[in-house]
Design a protein around this ligand. Structure first.
Ligand code: PMT
Length: 355
């Protein structure tokens, strides 16, 4: 019996083109710069990254609601920029991006992230006087909702005998503080929430945010806690309809998502204070990888965390050294001391930049 050939959804002509080979494996191209060169030369985003970034955006499906998102951003930034002060604004990214396998998507690859880090950090930034653009994955944890049960609507509320809705006594405090915290932040114009699902949406919205925040100079901060896919299927080589299982085993080649950190630092938001994250499951490689990210992408800080201990401890890596940041006790969260430290570092950065 002949075995059906594995299904491949990257068109052969694209696969064989030198550009696409370079795209899949940037290290194979002779002109690619070494990591040491990258450390010293982020003044210009290297040719391979520029090429990957250009291809990524050119082939990405058009962002729905791009005009509405741009309008909300302009209004939010303008409002915060015109305040006496001026107010600091941080873009917090949160949750994992999906990578669709079909254009009319039934299946996708996902990155793990509950969104707890991003949502909790947002609360602490707001508490520290920042305005926050919260770029989050739909369905993940939201600011001020940490103390609510998994299904707040069904677990926090009950029907009374006259069919009106009432909060259960046991959840009353949590519901009150969620509603008031969220309402104050949004209606006061301090919190703008923008959702994403796919890697295409995430990177297109991040670019819109970064370019709108340019006007804020060093008062802008990026806190990139989202778990971003490293591999994806380019839109033009993606199956349109649901991939048929009758065609046999699926053999799919994923292209590399360009690391946008370099582009963010150099082109989109060159004067902003940038904090990226490094997540590993192997603690032996974590700090080395965080150090590399700090130097290679010229981040102002990298938050290194290990998957299993991420809620108890993170390590803040800056050019001044490494600091372990612990939560104070079982009732507290590590984001409280972490944001305090980052706010101090951001203040120093603003002072030095303006000096
Ligand atoms: O949400 P929780 O469950 O609370 O968990 C929090 C967290 C573990 C998700 C969070 O603390 C965290 O570590 N987030 C970053 C996870 C991640 O994607 O790490 P990375 O090592 O793969 O990427 C490093 C950095 O590069 C990230 O800041 C990412 O935004 C950025 N990146 C990644 C890929 C890519 N193509 N471009 C990027 O810019």
């Amino acid at each position: 019996m002949t075995r059906p050939a594995p299904t491949s959804f990257i068109f052969p002509q694209i696969l064989n083109s030198p550009d696409f080979l370079r795209y899949l494996n940037p290290k194979s191209q002779p002109s690619s710069i070494s990591s040491m060169d990258a450390v010293n030369s982020l003044d210009v985003v290297d040719e391979t990254t520029s090429f990957q970034v250009k291809s990524f955006f050119e082939s990405a499906p058009l962002l729905k609601d791009a005009d509405s998102i741009s309008g909300k951003l302009t209004q939010f930034i303008h409002q915060n920029f015109s305040l006496p002060g001026p107010r600091r604004v941080v873009c917090v990214t949160s949750g994992g991006t999906t990578v669709p396998l079909e254009q009319r998507c039934v299946r996708y690859i996902d990155n793990f992230s509950s969104g707890h880090r991003g949502a909790t950090s947002t609360e602490y930034f707001l508490k520290s006087g920042y305005s926050v653009i919260f770029l989050y994955r739909r369905g993940t944890c939201q600011p001020y909702c940490r103390s609510l049960p998994d299904d707040p609507l069904l677990e926090c509320f009950k029907l009374t005998s006259d069919s009106s809705i009432q909060v259960h006594e046991s959840h009353a405090e949590a519901v009150k503080s969620a509603i008031s915290g969220h309402h104050d932040a949004v209606s006061g114009g301090y919190l703008l929430k923008l959702p994403f699902t796919t890697i295409f949406e995430y990177l297109q919205i991040l670019r819109l945010i970064a370019t709108s925040m340019k006007i804020l100079g060093p008062n802008a901060m990026f806190y990139l806690a989202a778990a971003v896919s490293d591999f994806y299927v380019p839109w033009e080589s993606m199956a349109v309809h649901k991939i048929q299982s009758a065609s046999g085993p699926l053999d799919m080649r994923l292209a590399q998502v360009p690391k946008m950190l370099a582009v963010l630092r150099k082109e989109w938001a060159p004067t902003a204070f940038c904090v990226s994250f490094k997540l590993e499951t192997d603690k032996d490689i974590l700090l080395e990888k965080a150090d590399n990210a700090l130097k290679k992408y010229q981040m102002h800080a990298v938050v290194a965390n290990e998957l299993s201990t991420r809620k108890e401890v993170v390590i803040l890596v800056t050019k001044c050294g490494k600091v372990s940041v612990y939560r104070e006790n079982d009732q507290s969260v590590v984001e409280s001391p972490l944001i305090k430290l980052l706010v101090e570092k951001h203040s120093t950065y603003i002072r030095d930049t303006n000096a």
